[in-house]
Design a protein around this ligand. Structure first.
Ligand code: MG
Length: 256
C-alpha cells in the first residue's frame, strides 16, 4: 500500500532528511587512510543524536543491524557493518548509507566517498552512479511512471558498461523505513506505478564496475560483488511535488 504524505508529514520528513544530510558533512573530513569504519560510525551516531534524532538502521532487521550507518568499502555493495578493525586505505571507496528517525518519521540517503588517491576507473564509477540518480529525477513528476525513473538509471549506467544490482531496490519511506513501492534500478519506460504528488521515495542506484552478481557474506548483512570488483551506491529521499521532485536529503541541490 502506498501512503501519500500530507504537507505536515512531509515537513516532519524534511527535518529528518536534513539531519541525515548533515551526517555526510560530518564524516567527510574523516574519510582518510587510517580511520576505521567503527570511528566513522560513532561520528554518524553522535551527529544524529546531537540533533534529537535516532539512527534508523541501528537494531533494524534480523540479526539486528549493529551500527548507526551501513559502511561498505570497495567490493562491498551495501550493508557493511562498521568495525574498529576495518581501516580505510588510500584508494578505497567508502559508501556511508544512513537514516535518521525524528518525530515518528524516517529519512534515508547514501554517499560514496573517495579515500585518498582513487583510480580514474573507480572515480568514474562513483560519478556515473551519482549521475544516474539525477537522470532518474528527470522523470520524478506527477503523471510519469516508476519505470521511467528505473529505465533512466539503468540506461545511464549501462551506457558506461557498468552492472546494475537487481536484487536490491529503492523504496517508499515515512513512518516506516521501507514502505511501498519498490523502486527498481532497471525497467521499462511507460510501465509501472503512476507517480503522484505526495509520494515520498528513496531512489538508490547500486552499480558495479564488473559483473552485477552479488553474494551475502557470513556476517549475514554485508553484500559483496562475486567478482571482487568495486561497487558504488548513491541515494536520496525525495518527494514528488506538482513542480517535480524535491530532493530532501540534498540541501545543496534540492531541485533539478
Ligand atoms: Mg534506502
Amino acid at each position: 500500500m502506498i501512503i501519500l504524505k500530507t504537507p505536515e508529514e512531509i515537513e516532519h520528513i524534511r527535518k529528518a532528511c536534513l539531519i541525515t544530510a548533515s551526517v555526510f558533512e560530518a564524516v567527510k573530513p574523516w574519510i582518510k587512510p587510517g580511520v576505521s569504519t567503527g570511528q566513522l560510525d560513532r561520528i554518524v551516531d553522535e551527529t544524529i543524536r546531537s540533533q534529537g534524532a535516532t539512527p534508523s538502521f541501528l537494531g533494524y532487521g534480523e540479526p539486528p543491524f549493529p551500527g548507526a550507518a551501513c559502511i561498505s568499502i570497495n567490493d562491498e555493495v551495501v550493508h557493511g557493518i562498521p568495525s574498529d578493525t576495518v581501516v580505510l586505505k588510500d584508494g578505497d571507496i567508502v559508501s556511508v548509507d544512513v537514516g535518521s528517525y525524528l518525530n515518528g518519521y524516517h529519512s534515508d540517503a547514501c554517499r560514496t566517498f573517495l579515500c585518498g588517491n582513487v583510480s580514474e576507473e573507480v572515480k568514474n564509477l562513483v560519478r556515473v552512479t551519482e549521475e544516474s540518480f539525477w537522470k532518474g529525477m528527470e522523470y520524478a513528476y506527477p503523471g510519469k511512471r516508476l519505470g521511467d525513473i528505473s529505465h533512466a538509471v539503468q540506461a545511464h549506467c549501462e551506457s558506461h558498461g557498468y552492472g546494475i544490482i537487481r536484487e536490491l531496490s529503492g523504496h517508499g519511506i515515512g513512518q516506516d523505513l521501507h514502505e511501498d513501492p519498490e523502486i527498481l534500478n532497471y525497467g521499462n519506460p511507460g510501465k509501472g506505478l503512476r507517480l503522484q504528488a505526495g509520494m515520498v521515495l528513496c531512489l538508490e542506484p547500486m552499480v558495479t564496475l564488473g559483473s552485477r552478481q552479488i553474494m551475502l557474506t557470513e556476517d549475514e548483512w554485508t553484500i559483496i560483488t562475486r567478482d571482487g570488483k568495486p561497487a558504488s551506491h548513491y541515494e536520496n529521499t525525495f518527494v514528488i511535488t506538482d513542480d517535480g521532485p524535491e530532493i530532501l536529503t540534498c540541501p545543496e541541490r534540492p531541485r533539478l
